[in-house]
Design a protein around this ligand. Structure first.
Ligand SMILES: [Zn+2]
Ligand SMILES: [Zn+2]
Length: 69
């Protein structure tokens, strides 16, 4: 697994430095359907990626709350 393998386009194998770049490439070059996080607006190629993000976001919010009080 190389450094950029995480952000490789499934359609044309182009590689990107960030997931966001990959998502916008897939949207523009391949007209891919993307899913959006309802709380922060971040875009994802797969529903499972979005669910993973939502889970992390929730955990992060719980951590913030813990620090605050
Ligand atoms: Zn591509
Ligand atoms: Zn989010």
């Amino acid at each position: 697994m190389g450094l950029f393998s995480k952000h490789e386009c499934e359609e044309c194998r182009a590689r990107f430095k960030s997931y966001d770049e990959l998502v916008s490439h897939a949207q523009q070059a391949h007209k891919r359907h993307v899913v959006k996080c309802a709380s922060c607006g971040k875009l994802f190629l797969h529903e499972k990626d979005r669910l993973h993000h939502v889970k992390e976001e929730k955990e992060h919010k719980v951590d913030e709350r813990r620090h605050r009080f």
